[in-house]
Design a binder for this molecule. Structure first.
Ligand code: PMP
Length: 389
């Protein structure tokens, strides 16, 4: 057979049109994307190094500074999902052998601990069961003991449905010469966070939750303390793609006159992210926080009326309910998807089998949607009662 002949035929599935169902995305993310953001993402592609693209990236930077409440110059969006920001934060600010302290009260601390271990950090874990939280005294004691260069905390623990208090922790970290890294993937735009005022040294988020942009881009910001550490290291970060010396140039944050090619950013994803940040800026952070709080409170009342049990320190974007006695959570979720075309989810990591999760984020955060979610749950409670043990 000649080398030029095709032996593998075109796959039959590729000869059929793309099919995507319409769904209510009332889980912990992605959330539904409003038409304006979808439209922004479908604009014609331009080059990733065109001046118009730099303008759009500069707008994104401003939008993130607003959403994070920071004046940090080193503010960019990752070409990648929330995990890209997690890896970028750790890879750039920690060198192999250095001690890092991770607060774990759900899956996200566990993930960051694994990321830090993979790059050779000396990882110290503080662990609580999902839904548990850490007092500032506990955090300070652990920092004194382990002398970490970095302390990690999840603000919106989406696997546990918990919004962790942040006040005072940044000051403790400063006092002990440790960087404070906070995950706001599930909470940005839904619950207040003030990067500068709360002395957070590195903050990251995601595009697909309360921002309502498609998955695949992730805001991240580093303050001067974090920049000092990451730009004065002895070793190069293990990742070329996530190396902030290159990314800071790509995003025009390094003061150099020209941006040079590093990688091709997700142009459409950046268009959509810009639009999602524009909507947040038009609406205002306070208004967005207020709306999430109000709709969450409305949902809590409805859930309690259904006899469902909730957890404390609740995250307004993602609500966790204890799996009711006598029900199989998988069966309930399948029922809700089949009969209501609605995504809700089970737990994640340590909260699997403990909770079910309902997310009403950004565009989805409306009382009418809470009513739909409650109606679907009530229907599932009626029809999924387990006969077998
Ligand atoms: N952190 C938190 C709190 C999250 O909820 C998520 C996404 N579920 C992530 C990090 C990871 O984000 P991604 O799935 O976009 O990589």
């Amino acid at each position: 057979r000649s080398m030029s002949s095709v032996t593998i035929p075109p796959p039959a599935c590729m000869l059929r049109p793309l099919e995507v169902p319409l769904r209510y995305l009332f889980g912990p993310g992605p959330s539904n994307v409003p038409p304006r953001i979808l439209a922004a993402g479908s604009r014609p592609i331009i080059g990733h190094l065109h001046p118009e693209m730099y303008e759009i990236m500069n707008d994104i930077k401003k939008g993130i500074q607003y959403a994070f409440q920071t004046e940090n110059n080193m503010t960019i969006a990752m070409s990648g999902s929330g995990h890209a920001a997690m890896e970028c934060a750790v890879f750039n600010t920690v060198e192999p052998g250095e001690s890092v302290l991770i607060a774990i009260n759900g899956i996200w601390g566990e993930r960051v601990a694994e990321i830090a271990e993979r790059m050779g950090a000396n990882v110290q874990r503080m662990v609580k069961t999902p839904g548990g939280y850490f007092t500032n005294t506990e955090i300070e004691q652990a920092i004194k003991k382990h002398k970490p260069v970095l302390f990690f905390l999840t603000h919106g623990e989406s696997s546990a449905g918990l919004c962790h208090p942040v006040d005072g922790i940044g000051d403790i970290c400063r006092k002990h010469d440790c960087l404070f890294l906070v995950d706001t993937v599930a909470s940005l735009g839904a619950a207040p966070i003030f990067m500068d005022k709360q002395n957070i040294d590195i903050l990251y988020s995601g595009s697909q939750k309360a921002l309502n942009a498609p998955p695949g881009t992730a805001p991240i910001s580093f303050n001067d303390r974090a920049c000092h550490k990451m730009f004065n290291r002895k070793t190069k970060p293990v990742s070329y793609l996530f190396d902030m010396t290159h990314l800071s140039n790509y995003w025009g944050c390094d003061g150099k006159p020209a941006r040079v090619y590093h990688h091709t950013g997700p142009v459409s994803g950046f268009f959509a992210l810009r639009e999602s940040l524009a909507i947040l800026a038009e609406r205002g952070l306070e208004e967005s926080w207020k709306k999430h709080k109000e709709v969450a409170a409305y949902l809590y009342r409805g859930l309690e009326d259904l006899g469902l049990k909730l957890f404390d320190l609740r995250l307004p974007s993602v609500t966790t309910i204890a799996i009711p006695e006598g029900y199989d959570w998988r069966e309930m979720l399948t029922y809700i998807m089949k009969h209501h075309h609605m995504e809700m989810t089970g737990g994640l990591g340590p909260s699997i089998g403990m909770v079910m999760r309902i997310g009403l984020m950004g565009y989805n955060c409306e009382k009418t949607n809470a009513d739909m979610a409650l109606h679907a749950l009530a229907d599932a409670l009626k029809n999924c009662k387990k006969s077998k043990p």
